[in-house]
Design a binder for this molecule. Structure first.
Ligand SMILES: Cc1cc2nc3c(=O)[nH]c(=O)nc-3n(C[C@H](O)[C@H](O)[C@H](O)COP(=O)(O)O)c2cc1C
Length: 177
């Protein structure tokens, strides 16, 4: 896979092995058609009883991007990313269950992006008031996470041979603990 993506079909495994949290993005914009596909991957995510308890706010306006980065930890390095997808969750009793579903949305979005050679990053929202001010979501919703998107500065996405993870044999238990 190259920075450009589009070098032919990328397997699910290649996308999984290439995805990493990108924290510094190039200025290069993300094509609308790629962004549509990434959002569609999120929309297709599974959810408990197919409740789909999510909304996505896509942000590409530079001023909004800069403000949003202040509402979160890890908003994309020294410069704002070219795109942020804000994940909006319901409030009240539905919130806790929705967080699992939002996790699945996140991974679908990130893998779809990786398949296109586009980097992504997580950011946890720490200032709900600021996020609400920028995005305008209703009082009964919250924005727990942002997904940052764009082309990585420096190292393009490519399969990672030795990811920083606990050893396979320590994590995987066969038949019993
Ligand atoms: C729920 C969640 C929240 C995260 N929040 C942040 C964050 O606020 N800032 C950040 O830089 N990284 C954040 N991360 C990224 C993790 O630190 C990262 O995924 C982990 O270190 C593994 O690295 P990798 O994604 O490059 O494989 C978050 C990840 C998850 C799953």
């Amino acid at each position: 896979m190259t920075e450009q993506g589009g070098t032919g079909p990328v397997t699910a495994w290649e996308a999984i092995a290439s995805r990493r949290d990108v924290r510094e993005f190039a200025r290069r914009p993300v094509a609308d058609s790629d962004l549509e596909q990434i959002l569609e991957a999120g929309r297709r995510s599974p959810s408990s009883r197919n409740t789909q308890p999510w909304d996505f706010v896509v942000v590409t306006d530079p001023q909004q991007l800069a403000s949003l980065a202040k509402a979160a930890t890890g908003g994309g390095g020294p410069a704002p990313p070219p795109v942020i997808i804000a994940l909006i969750a319901p409030g009240g009793e539905r919130r806790q269950r929705a967080l699992y579903d939002l996790g699945q949305v996140t991974m679908s979005i990130m893998l779809a992006a990786a398949g296109l050679g586009i980097g992504s990053g997580h950011a946890s929202v720490t200032d709900q008031d600021l996020a609400r001010q920028v995005l305008g979501f209703p009082e009964d919703r919250s924005c727990p996470f942002l997904i940052t998107l764009g082309y990585p500065v420096g190292r393009p996405l490519a399969p990672i041979r030795h990811p920083a993870r606990r050893p396979f044999a320590e994590v995987v238990h066969r038949g019993h603990w």
